[in-house]
Design a protein around this ligand. Structure first.
Ligand code: CA
Length: 967
């Protein structure tokens, strides 16, 4: 055994500057363009840090506007399954967290291996920039698997992705050819080609082929063709319909202890085609794929890497060099110091436990903070939080003190996550964009202030889709949010962070917001309750806008009673938001009074058959959603087909004249007027155009800089504002008429039921306006009438599903009651709220052990993580052993530098290893004060094949110094 001890000493010393500049990532993932004019957008470690190494999409140029050159929507990722016991978390899921770094030319390299059940996984991606004339574009993936354990491990690797969506049309794709000549893929194929349906003279996405290697009977050939969408390793590849867009090509490896093996894949892309050009383009793709299958391009691979490739025969293997390992980050121990388990606890349960003295807000908050550290951060982190409050424990302590002094409130001491487009006075408010990075509003948003007054712990700012715009992925640049139930999939947008935070028990409840789908979509994908209330039920003050009056800031919770608890705090009239004027009079005195199990008795619930159809042509989700309607009728309601309603329409009739005025510009001007601190803090945000044309947006949503030359729309005039308000009031009246007269008998309905999602959610490495799920907005946004959204079990693939109930203006309380009545019956059958299995309760420890402290002078603090260990050295084998620990740096000085004493050699008694110990830092210099900056300290020890090794433990104590020239 070897052991490495480290000791921390922090001193304020005068040293010379080391002059290091930390290598930064760009403001968005990187495109690589080739000589065919294909722009490959790669999901690397740059914002939004999807970091899978897959292609997000391919385009004919970079940025938001250029056309997609294929229908790829996340392709070239790997799902990995290992035979290790116990099975690791996320076994079989999409691998991510490689720290994939672009070299600025044509390569992406892993900077931190991804550990999965004792296998260390790395990827390297290479794009052929100079494509020979007449050939198709291609990129290459080398995926390497290292067994770091002492036992053999079987590894299944699925390479693939999503080549389109929907069963037909310009967004879809289907298998068209394999190397054997047919359109069926098996182990006897070397490549497989998909293509998008042709559309006459209209350009459609080009054909795409995946080169899987040498076919059977070669022993390294592919072992299974799977369905990338779900159950990938058991569920065979589909050849039609929506699921025909999801291909997985699987190889199986067996790794002896210490063994390293690799797989090589190529993705070949054609240009956009029309009917007359398709055949030639396919032939080009097929020819290039055939060439790569028989003569794989190995440019830039080391001899050891070539030797490690398992799925191509006949590769020349020279030399005996090994592939140097890439360190894996020190795993965060899945432990908590809180004795109170918060998993799936409702706000009501936590409140009762605090009131009875069983627990405290400090224990609850510590429990959430520990879970955030383990589950939300790092390589497989959910990224639900953009910012975690540094004073969360102080807030919790204040809540405990207030409770002891007699204070009571529904949310006193309850940690709540806030979508990061709500102003907070203590944390940056970014709108999920680098455009607003570091912006510090002077005051809390109205709803946040209400929560704070009630003693809630504002535990952090939840990640969101940048600017809350398109509604499919929460692509926050500080980390794209992942789904709590299906950790390869999208959390949907834009309140994805709020949804995952609540679903994974990383917060007691959350605030989100919706313009189109951003409350009901993420809530439906995470088995949560939410309410898009009547216009003005909740204040919009201090919420960054998308569209004035259509935006709605609302609550997301795990249960209907939790919703009522939060509505008791955040609803009501805000003098600064005129829309809320009726709210105090219209809302119930106590939302808990709506929680009536008989609230559905005698109610007529409208049903519109056409809104239960998945645009992708699948039925598993809508069938399960329809089956859940039984709990409405079991609770005493009658389902009424809407029939011939006023105007014969399936939606409320919009008023005939849509008033003029730009609601985006108006929303921003109201926000900017209320925030002089934007200009004071140097943000050049003077109108909606400055927001939309910002060059700090993630690249693929960025408009060309020339978009800034557009003159902003004029402010809405007083008349236009009034006309817009009156338009929505008239629309509300039309909606009431629609509901009042619905049904073949024209007796009306109390509410209309809609499904939440219409399909499976797709994987999280796609993007753009490309659908991540079958979407069903209720017609509530136009008139501003309420929709309550609540869990209804799961679909045929185990994905959570929800139902939605739409009602008349200010029927919010009635809708919440109906949701409660549904919830009571559905939950008894296990068909209500679902708990995810991806973030189980943490083991309770009395101390978060192993930290070695140092002396702490006034301006500098250095603390070290657990001692690093190399594991056991194997005699007679040349190998580089690696280990690592972490350091935490706090400095109030203008500069700081981290150094280590001469590492020397590891010793065992008087015996020393021949090769020196090597130490490196992920960061060693700071040019400004920092708070809690994590540093990875990596250790490397070479042991030669002929090195003598003495039995026993090897150790070395090192001294780390944090110093400054300006103490
Ligand atoms: Ca075939």
């Amino acid at each position: 055994m070897s052991r490495l001890l480290v000791r921390a000493v922090a001193v304020a010393a005068v040293t010379t500057s080391v002059g290091l500049v930390a290598a930064g990532t760009g403001s968005a993932f990187n495109y690589v363009s080739d000589s065919n004019g294909t722009f490959w957008g790669f999901q690397d470690v740059a914002p939004p840090r999807v970091d899978t190494g897959s292609i997000r999409a391919t385009q004919v140029g970079a940025g938001q506007n250029p056309a997609y050159s294929t229908t790829i929507n996340g392709y070239g990722g790997i799902k990995v399954w290992v035979s290790s016991t116990p099975a690791p978390r996320f076994n079989g899921e999409l691998m991510r967290g490689f720290g994939l770094t672009f070299d600025g030319t044509d390569r992406f390299t892993t900077t931190q291996a991804v550990p999965l059940g004792g296998v260390a996984i790395t990827r390297s991606v290479y794009v052929k920039k100079d494509v020979p004339a007449g050939q198709a574009s291609w990129s290459r993936w080398l995926d390497t698997f290292r067994n770091t354990t002492g036992a053999p491990i079987t590894v299944k690797v699925a390479f693939g992705g999503q080549t389109g969506y929907s069963a037909s049309g310009a967004n879809s794709s289907a298998m068209v050819k394999s190397s054997s000549g047919d359109a069926t893929v098996s182990a006897t194929d070397a490549w497989a080609e998909v293509a998008t349906p042709l559309s006459g003279t209209t350009l459609v996405g080009g054909p795409q082929a995946t080169v899987t290697g040498t076919p059977a009977p070669f022993g390294g050939a592919m072992t299974f063709t799977g369905n990338w969408l779900y159950n990938t390793f058991d569920n065979p590849l589909a050849y039609g319909g929506h699921e025909g867009n999801f291909q997985a090509y699987i190889n199986t490896l067996t790794l002896a202890p210490g063994e390293v093996k690799s797989l090589l894949h190529y993705v070949v892309l054609g240009q956009r085609v029309m009917a007359t050009t398709s055949d030639a383009e396919r032939l080009k793709v097929e020819a290039t794929a055939s060439t790569l299958a028989t003569t794989p391009d190995l440019a830039g691979l080391s001899p050891a890497e070539v030797c490690s490739v398992q799925n191509f025969s006949g590769l020349t293997c020279t030399g005996s060099a090994t592939i140097p390992p890439v360190a894996t980050p020190e795993p965060v121990k899945p432990v908590t110091t809180s004795g109170y388990d918060v998993v799936e606890k409702t706000i009501g349960q936590m409140r009762a436990d605090m009131e009875s003295g069983l627990t405290t807000s400090q224990a609850i908050t510590q429990a959430y903070l520990d879970r955030i550290k383990v589950y939300d951060q790092g390589q497989f982190g959910f990224n639900a939080y953009e910012i975690v409050a540094s004073d969360a424990m102080a807030q919790a302590k204040a809540a405990d003190v207030a409770r002891a002094a007699g204070k009571k409130s529904p949310v006193l001491g309850i940690p709540i996550a806030i979508k990061n487009l709500y102003d907070t006075k203590d944390m940056a408010t970014t709108n999920g964009s680098l455009t607003f990075a570091g912006f510090r509003p002077k005051a809390d948003a109205f709803q946040v202030a209400k929560l704070r007054e009630a003693g809630a712990v504002i535990i952090g700012k939840a990640a969101l889709e940048e600017y809350a715009t398109s509604g499919n992925y929460s692509n926050d640049p500080w980390g794209q949010v992942w789904n709590a139930f299906a950790p390869s999939k999208s959390a949907i947008a834009s309140s994805g962070g709020s949804a995952t935070a609540v679903a994974a028990s990383l917060a007691g409840g959350a605030l989100g917001s919706q313009t189109g789908d951003s409350l009901y979509g993420p809530a439906s994908g995470a088995s949560l309750v939410t309410l898009r209330g009547t216009d003005g039920l909740e204040s919009g003050s201090g919420i960054m806008p998308l569209s004035w009056l259509t935006d709605f800031g609302g609550v997301m919770t795990r249960s209907v009673s939790d919703l009522a608890d939060m509505l008791n705090v955040v609803t009501g009239t805000d003098p600064a938001d005129p829309t809320t004027a009726p709210a105090d009079a219209e809302r119930p005195a106590d939302w808990r009074s709506t929680l009536d199990p008989n609230a559905l008795r005698g109610k007529r619930i409208g049903y519109i058959p056409s809104v239960w159809e998945d645009p992708f042509g699948t039925t598993g989700t809508t069938d399960a959603s329809k089956a859940a309607l039984k709990y409405l009728t079991d609770a005493g309601a009658t389902i009424v087909e809407m029939g011939s309603t006023v105007g014969g329409a399936n939606t409320p009739t919009a008023p005939s004249v849509n008033p003029s005025g730009n609601t985006s510009q108006e929303g921003w001007m109201q926000y900017i007027d209320a925030h002089p601190e934007l200009a004071e803090q140097g943000f050049a945000i003077r109108n909606a155009v400055d927001v939309s044309c910002s060059q700090k947006k993630v690249w693929y949503t960025r408009q060309d800089a020339s978009a800034c030359a557009v003159a902003p729309a004029p402010r809405m005039t007083a008349d236009e504002l009034t006309a817009r308000r009156n338009y929505r009031l008239q629309y509300k009246a039309n909606s009431k008429t629609w509901l009042d007269t619905a049904g073949a008998d024209h007796l009306g309905v109390d509410a209309v039921v809609y499904p939440g999602l219409l399909s499976d959610i797709t994987l999280n490495d796609g993007g753009g306006g490309k659908a991540s799920f079958g979407r069903r907005d209720t017609p509530g946004a136009g008139p501003g009438i309420p929709t309550v959204v609540f869990p209804a079990g799961v679909n045929d693939h185990g994905q959570p599903i929800n139902l939605q109930l739409l009602g008349r203006a200010w029927d919010d309380d009635k809708l919440v009651g109906m949701a409660y009545a549904f919830e009571q019956l559905a939950t008894k059958d296990g068909k209500g709220h679902q708990a995810p299995t991806t973030a189980p309760p943490l083991k309770v420890v009395t101390e978060a052990g192993g930290t070695v402290g140092g002396s702490v002078p006034a301006t500098l603090s250095l603390t070290l993580g657990a001692p690093a260990s190399f594991g056991a050295f194997t005699p007679g084998v040349a190998k580089d052993y690696t280990g690592q620990t972490s350091a935490n740096v706090i400095s109030t000085a203008g500069d700081a530098a981290l150094t280590v004493s001469d590492p020397g050699h590891l010793t065992n008694g008087t015996f020393a290893l021949p090769s020196p110990l090597e130490v490196s830092f992920s960061k060693a210099a700071w040019t400004a004060p920092v708070s809690n900056d994590p540093v990875t300290i990596a250790f490397k020890q070479h042991v030669g094949a002929t090195d003598a090794l003495r039995t026993g433990a090897y150790a070395k104590t090192l001294t780390f110094t944090l110093s400054t020239t300006t103490p």
